[in-house]
Ligand binder design. Sequence first.
Ligand SMILES: Nc1nc2c(ncn2[C@@H]2O[C@H](COP(=O)(O)OP(=O)(O)OP(=O)(O)O)[C@@H](O)[C@H]2O)c(=O)[nH]1
Length: 213
Amino acid sequence: MSGVRTVSSSSANAKSYDSIMKILLVGDSGVGKSCLLVRFVEDKFSPSFITTIGIDFKIKTVDINGKKVKLQLWDTAGQERFRTITTAYYRGAMGIILVYDVTDERTFSNIKQWFSTVNQHANDEAQLLLVGNKSDMDTRAVSTDQGEALAKELGIPFVEASAKDDTNVNDIFFLLAKLIQEKIDSEKLVGNTGRDGSVNVGAAGNNSKSNCC
Ligand SMILES: Nc1nc2c(ncn2[C@@H]2O[C@H](COP(=O)(O)OP(=O)(O)OP(=O)(O)O)[C@@H](O)[C@H]2O)c(=O)[nH]1
């Protein structure tokens, strides 16, 4: 994708980036959230399924329009029993990726529920993105048209991807980071980095830096 370039996939020190973006992945258990993250950050794929317990995170620094942006990527557990823990992390997220599995219709129909949970717990200004994963598989149950139609209905962008064969995985994260950056540049979203590297996010109108009336 033009204007976007990977800088490093290791933990960056405090002086090696211009800004931080907190991004969350949500969706049913088994749709491939962890695999998308591992593919993006480590360029690896494992066919074995190790379910996420609670929450996990990885870091990757990318170049967006000449600025070094540290992506703080939070991988939430899809299992219902962790829902109380995971929803606590929605607040402050600048970007949220809703993932379903194109071979599993149930994970697709559950996206509306994920969308509503996100709207309930996340900041109004968070940028959302719908991802249909496992596009490499022949046993498809959800068509690309269905994915596009749902994204249109929800008013969010859509990407089909495969963590396994590395289709569109970089595009997911770079597209989201670019959209977040555009919101920051247009002052719809404000991110402040705390001393510990944590990010506080708010709508620009709620932030003291905004030129509010
Ligand atoms: N064929 C194929 N399999 C995939 C793909 N992505 C993930 N998988 C497989 O799907 C299974 C679940 O992947 P995970 O990434 O652990 O799923 P998750 O969404 O993180 O699951 P939870 O941690 O329980 O929420 C694993 O066996 C993966 O190997 C893909 O793009 N293609």
